[in-house]
Structures are given as structure tokens and as C-alpha cells.
Ligand binder design. Structure first.
Ligand SMILES: Cc1cc2nc3c(=O)[nH]c(=O)nc-3n(C[C@H](O)[C@H](O)[C@H](O)COP(=O)(O)OP(=O)(O)OC[C@H]3O[C@@H](n4cnc5c(N)ncnc54)[C@H](O)[C@@H]3O)c2cc1C
Length: 409
């Protein structure tokens, strides 16, 4: 049997690794192998184009790394919040108590909300908007001074359409913090090593899939015959004809824009992740060299992260315009152009589904209405409430299991 997998991101590759003992598997990749988790290499080191770390609960990713002979390093990653021109670290109970923009009562309300989140049935809140939900449950102050900037940073222009269920589910999975902060993981020197080791075992063709046709029992992918197709690329890129036949709903995606900087100085003293409440350009400053050792890079590696939409103003600016915009904005945080060695802009048009109201009904099962056509990736069940490397690896594995059950046992 021949299987075509569209997309050699983590979903496609992990699916192919599981299927290759049963079938002749060909992966098609139009761009960089590794997809959203791919890296950019300077002469000295490789670094993800978009910031990446993993969590202690990422069991599929941890197992895969181990099987491929790679070790995950765990570090407490310090976070902060920039509000009205000041950066506040928000890790320990004392730092949180010192934060001046929320009252003690609001801080207690937030702490209780977080503690209770794990026991709640979030799915009941899927038709409710996140802004209404927070306002009714926690009040205007917490909405405006805490959540609103975070939602804007995470969802750009779409933030009002996000479901309250998403927030509850997301808070629940991230409520496992230690008293001094959250422990995050990374494969020292980069996740590109994981992708490279997967790639070595697979048959990947660097070709865009332009046409998929169902002809009798078979599929033709770019004119070549296959028995099974697994679509792991973003769903808006799938032809409407196939989408309709397979019964796949319309799912809206957000876009990402990231400036990656090599610099002689850092922005904050020791923070890995700083959320920015009041910048229209980027929602977070992520200092990779406050997470992994500076010596691995020989310079500070810093991301300025923004979310937009495929039609959004930010996503549609040219790289040159974006470079100027990011340089001007980061200058306000004390990192002037003279301290910057280089800057690169990375964009991803479809960087994750928008978890809008009613999204739970749209999560895509692996099997579709079109026999032999499977879908896996960022809209699969393991990628809710957060799409992640682990979610995509798990989706690839689960899709492969469904295919083995349907065709090989
Ligand atoms: C800014 C940002 C930060 C992130 N940070 C983290 C993090 O810290 N931790 C974490 O766990 N996850 C993070 N993620 C999420 C993680 O990168 C993704 O969830 C995961 O890599 C998605 O893998 P995928 O294979 O499902 O999709 P993709 O990576 O999108 O792979 C799909 C592939 O299909 C290819 N393709 C598309 N159309 C075609 C076609 N017609 N023919 C052939 N190929 C095609 C694409 O080029 C792509 O390579 C982040 C993502 C972004 C954007």
C-alpha cells in the first residue's frame, strides 16, 4: 500500500514514522521540513524561527526525543509583565503581591479562579465569549488590567471572538506552577536535532502538493497514485472540493510574525518571557538566552512575538517595513540598533486555529467522510486548548493508529 502524507511538520513526520513499517510512505513538503518548528541557522548555531519550549506533561514529545537519543533540559523560566513602561517580574508569591496594578482582592480572585479551573467542565462555556466570561466572573479590573493585554497579544485582532471555554481549559493545563515559577524544557542546542533525526528515517519529497483527486479506490496526488492520503497541512490550504467531500468544517487560523534578534545586550535582567501590555507591534519579548546558556550562542538571542491574521495589517507588511517597525519599538525598551548584531523576520500565514466560540464542534477527527482520506494536525483533538509540538506528535501517532486499524489489521 502507498500512503501520501501532505506536510512534513511534526504531525506528518510522527505519523510517517509509525506507518513506515506497514506501507510505502511518501511525505510531501513545500517549504522547510519541521514546519512551524523549523529553525534558522546562523554560521554558529541553529535556533527555531519561532520560540519553542516544552512542558513536563508533554509525554509524546519526551518519549520521541528519548527514542531518538536526545535529552530534554529543564529550567525554571522566569516571566514578567510590562505595564505602563515598567517591567514587573511575576514568578514568586512575593513578586505577585508586589505587582501594583491589581488590588489584593483581585489577586485573590485570580488565584482562586486558577485553582478551581482544573475541576470545571469548560465545554459548557464554548458558546460564551471570553471577554463576557471574564467580565462576569472576575470583573472589569481583572479583565482590563490583566487578561485583555494577554488576549490581544495571543490572538491579535480576533481576541473578542475567543470562547470562554478556551480560557478555562488553558488556565487548567497551565496551573501546575512551582512556587518560584514554571519549569520548561528544551533540547539544548535546538529542536532542529529532533527534526533532523526524524528526517533521516523518512522519505521526504520537497514538493508542494497542488492537486489531490479521488479516482475510484485510489487518490492521485500531483498525478501519482496512492491508496491513502493524510493531510497535515493547514486546512485553509486544502482544495474546497476535497474539503466538502471529506466533511471538513471551515476553520479560521491566525498568523504569526516574529522578529528574531542576535544582540550584544539583553532587554531584561533575567526574564525569559515578558508579556507586553501596551505595544501595538509585539505582545511578548522572549529572551531565549535567559532560558538556555548564553555560551551556547555567544550573543543574546531574543524574539519579539506578534500574532496577526492572514488579512491583518501586520502580517501584510513587507519584511523591510516590519524590520523597521520592530527595531523602533524594541528601542523603547532600551535595545537600540547599535546593540543589535542582526535581525530576521519570520512569518507564518497559518500558525494555529482560532479557538473561537463554538470551536469545540470543529475539532477534526482523523477519519473523514472520504474513505482513505485522513486529517491530522493543529485542529486534531490533542491540540486543544493549545496547539503544540506534543499535540502534533500525538495527532500524528493517533492518525497512524487509525490507519493501521482501518487497513492493516
Ligand atoms: C510563534 C509560535 C510559537 C510556538 N511555540 C511553541 C512552543 O513553545 N511549544 C510548543 O510545543 N509548540 C509551539 N508552537 C506550536 C508548534 O510549532 C506547532 O503546533 C507544531 O509545530 C505544528 O506542527 P504540524 O505538523 O501540525 O503543522 P505545521 O508545522 O504547520 O506543518 C505543516 C507542514 O505542511 C506544509 N505544507 C503546507 N501546504 C503544503 C502543500 N500544499 N504541500 C506540501 N506541504 C505543505 C507546511 O510547509 C508545513 O511544513 C509554536 C508555534 C508558533 C507559530
Amino acid at each position: 500500500m502507498r500512503v501520501a502524507i501532505v506536510g512534513a511538520g511534526l504531525t506528518g513526520m510522527s505519523c510517517a514514522l509509525r506507518l513506515k513499517e506497514y506501507a510505502d510512505v511518501v511525505l510531501f513538503e513545500k517549504d522547510d521540513v519541521g514546519g512551524l518548528a523549523s529553525s534558522y541557522c546562523t554560521g554558529r548555531y541553529c535556533i527555531e524561527k519561532f520560540y519553542h519550549h516544552c512542558f513536563k506533561s508533554d509525554s509524546e514529545l519526551i518519549a520521541l526525543a528519548k527514542n531518538l537519543g536526545l535529552k530534554i533540559t529543564w529550567r525554571i523560566a522566569r516571566i514578567g509583565y510590562a505595564f505602563d513602561g515598567t517591567i514587573y517580574p511575576l514568578n514568586t508569591p512575593i513578586e505577585i503581591l508586589r505587582y501594583p496594578h491589581l488590588s489584593i482582592i483581585d489577586k485573590i480572585k485570580l488565584a482562586l479562579f486558577t485553582l478551581r479551573s482544573r475541576r470545571r467542565n469548560y465545554s459548557k462555556e464554548d458558546e460564551r465569549g471570553v471577554v463576557e466570561g471574564i467580565k462576569e466572573e472576575l470583573g472589569e479590573e481583572i479583565l482590563n488590567k490583566f487578561f485583555m493585554p494577554l488576549l490581544r497579544a495571543k490572538f491579535g485582532e480576533y481576541y473578542k471572538e475567543i470562547s470562554y471555554a478556551w480560557l478555562l481549559a488553558r488556565v487548567a493545563i497551565r496551573s501546575n506552577r512551582k512556587l518560584n515559577g514554571e519549569e520548561l524544557g528544551y533540547i539544548r542546542h535546538g529542536f532542529h536535532q529532533l527534526i533532523e533525526r526524524m528526517r533521516e528515517e523518512l522519505n521526504i519529497r520537497r514538493k508542494e502538493v497542488r492537486k489531490i483527486e479521488k479516482i475510484g479506490r485510489y487518490f492521485e496526488v500531483n498525478g501519482e497514485r496512492f491508496d491513502i492520503v493524510v493531510y497535515t497541512a493547514p486546512l485553509p490550504t486544502l482544495e474546497n472540493r476535497i474539503k466538502r467531500a471529506a466533511g471538513i468544517p471551515e476553520i479560521r487560523y491566525q498568523s504569526s510574525v516574529c522578529a528574531l534578534i542576535g544582540a550584544r545586550e539583553s532587554v531584561t535582567e533575567d526574564l525569559y518571557w515578558t508579556n507586553i501590555a501596551d505595544s501595538k507591534v509585539f505582545g511578548a519579548i522572549i529572551e531565549h538566552t535567559h532560558f538556555m546558556p548564553f555560551e551556547d550562542y555567544g550573543e543574546h538571542v531574543i524574539y519579539l512575538a506578534s500574532y496577526s491574521t492572514p488579512n491583518g495589517w501586520l502580517f501584510n507588511k513587507s519584511e523591510d517595513e516590519l524590520r523597521k517597525l520592530y527595531l523602533k519599538e524594541i528601542g523603547k525598551f532600551g535595545l537600540g540598533e547599535k546593540k543589535i548584531n542582526w535581525i530576521k523576520i519570520f512569518k507564518a500565514k497559518f500558525s494555529g486555529p482560532i479557538y473561537e466560540r463554538g470551536y469545540l464542534k470543529k475539532i477534526t477527527p482523523y477519519r473523514t467522510k472520504l474513505k482513505g482520506f485522513y486529517v491530522a494536525g493543529m485542529t486534531s483533538p490533542p491540540n486543544y486548548p493549545e496547539r503544540s509540538m506534543n499535540g502534533s506528535i500525538k495527532a500524528g501517532i493517533e492518525a497512524a493508529k487509525a490507519i493501521v486499524t482501518d487497513h492493516f489489521v
